[in-house]
Ligand binder design. Structure first.
Ligand SMILES: *Cc1c(COP(=O)(O)O)cnc(C)c1O
Length: 388
């Protein structure tokens, strides 16, 4: 059996895969088993922050692999302690809990918020408000947090205590008035929901509400974090500081890691035994993440913003394109043709792009060479313009 047959026979069919078998890559180029080359504008869904098999990252990871690949959270290890320090230094957060995915990072955030609210305001204050069209993960709790009914079907009962509101000041205040609220959890740019940035008027109302009622703010930066937005974390574009920041995807540069960063208010909620993870803070993943984080400096962030301007400028108003939304190198494109058709035609033309609901979505590596970005955007424009 070839790969396609093996996969079809033995992999649980939860993914609608495109028919290409990736066998190698370098930077923002990947090759399939027929030797065909693709420019990758998806970077493994915002994971490969510095592209595929980046030399420096590989070196950092293999150095750690040659030292030791895993111990357990019963002992101290330098990569995880150092990564936590660097994350706190760069964000002003106080403590970090490491896990292995975005969903787990969010689970930890919800646990921290509930513990804080219970200690501070009483056990009835457990409700977490999240946004309609949000995405927070696939576990039963993070599905409950996800504000899209389509994801809830078939899996009820989900974890209780979540309500969803529109990202407007009016709906937020109304919803908060109807519940005993522990926290508001949000993506500054709803990624899976269609690459939709929040309005300032909403974030300002949210910050005010939180301050006046001792409600915690949880920024889900699983997709928006780690330089993707043109700032280290996307909330930094909005001029406020959340109480809890979660991240995953791009932090490890290709290895699984989740991080829940706890600010001043919640820094003390966890005591030994209240949370844990066998793989969390794995030294190899953390060594890779340190390398990634160190390289997301001002120069890189400036280049992300510059590339972002180029993409927005090229696509806005182009033939077959109805709208372009997003922030930094997280870009959603409403096309006249169905998004999945655009993806398929881009594949035929040697470019990998993603979708988000009914939109085409771009999440290129932060260091994609300008020439490759230009070439890929030209191909995407041609595909969007062609009537087929
Ligand atoms: C991808 C994503 C998640 C889930 O992350 P996993 O690593 O797949 O568990 C959660 N929140 C947001 C905003 C995401 O984009």
């Amino acid at each position: 059996m070839n790969v396609f047959e093996l996969d079809r026979n033995y992999i649980a069919p939860t993914y609608a895969r495109y028919p290409i078998n990736i066998v190698k890559g370098k930077g923002s180029l990947v090759w399939d088993d027929s030797g065909k080359e693709y420019i990758d504008l998806g970077s493994g869904i915002a994971v490969n922050s510095f592209g595929v098999s980046d030399d420096e990252w590989v070196k950092a990871v293999t150095r750690q692999l040659n030292a030791f690949q895993h111990t357990s959270n019963l002992y101290y290890t330098e990569p995880c302690a150092l990564l936590a320090y660097k994350l706190c230094e760069r964000t002003g957060m106080k403590k970090v809990f490491f896990s292995n995915s975005g969903a787990e990072a969010n689970e930890c955030a919800v646990k921290a918020a509930r513990k804080y609210a219970c200690d501070k305001k009483g056990k009835d204050y457990y409700t977490v408000i999240t946004l309609k069209n949000s995405f927070h993960g696939r576990t039963l709790t993070t599905l409950a947090a996800t504000g899209q009914d389509a994801f809830h079907e078939h899996f009820k009962p989900l974890t209780g205590g979540f309500v969803h509101c529109e990202p407007t000041a009016e709906d937020l205040l109304k919803t908060a008035g109807e519940h005993k609220v522990a926290a508001v959890m949000f993506e500054t740019v709803r990624g899976e929901g269609g690459v939709l940035p929040l309005d300032r008027s909403f974030t300002e109302a949210m910050v005010k509400l939180a301050k006046e009622n001792d409600i915690l703010l949880i920024a889900d930066e699983v997709q928006t974090g780690n330089g993707r937005s043109g700032e280290l974390f996307s909330y930094m574009n909005y001029g406020f500081t959340p109480d809890i920041v979660t991240t995953a995807k791009g932090l490890g540069g290709g290895l699984p890691i989740g991080a829940t960063m706890l600010g001043e208010k919640v820094a003390g909620v966890f005591t030994p035994g209240l949370n844990g993870s066998t793989f969390g803070g794995n030294p190899v993943c953390c060594a890779g993440a340190i390398n990634i984080l160190d390289r997301i400096d001002d120069a890189l962030l400036a280049s992300v913003r510059e590339k972002s301007e180029f993409v927005f400028g090229s696509l806005r108003g182009a033939a077959g394109i109805e709208s372009v939304t997003g922030l930094g190198l997280m870009i959603g494109i409403k096309t006249e043709k169905p998004a999945r058709q655009i993806v398929t035609e881009c594949i035929e033309n040697g470019v990998l792009v993603l979708t988000a609901k009914d939109k085409v979505r771009l999440l290129p590596a932060l260091n994609i060479p300008f020439e490759q970005l230009k070439q890929a955007i030209e191909i995407l424009k041609k595909v969007c313009a062609e009537v087929k």
